[in-house]
Write a protein that binds this ligand. Structure first.
Ligand code: SF4
Length: 83
């Protein structure tokens, strides 16, 4: 939903083509919402969302994959705790 108009959107309003017009970037990356800072939180979420960053070895060994993901995301969120 657009934050100003309330219009339903097919993609995030902050996702914009960069100056080369070849890739999308988050226009508010450094001020992005908590949900964005925490995503993806766990491997199961990546599988469900068919995340293109997911590697086949992460599906085979989810514990190891989760540890890798937590390291990659360590500047953005705390490590995921399952219990
Ligand atoms: S990181 Fe969040 S705010 Fe930025 S483009 Fe993606 S969904 Fe939108």
């Amino acid at each position: 939903m657009h934050p100003d108009t309330g219009e339903l959107l097919s993609r995030c309003p902050w996702l914009e083509l960069d100056s080369t017009g070849t890739k999308y970037v988050c226009e508010i990356y450094h001020d992005r919402p908590e949900d964005c800072r925490h995503y993806p939180t766990h491997i199961a979420e990546m599988i469900l969302d068919e995340c293109e960053m997911l590697e086949s070895e992460d599906i085979g060994d989810r514990v190891k994959g989760q540890k890798k993901l937590d390291i990659i995301m360590s500047d953005s969120r705390p490590a995921f705790r399952s219990n």
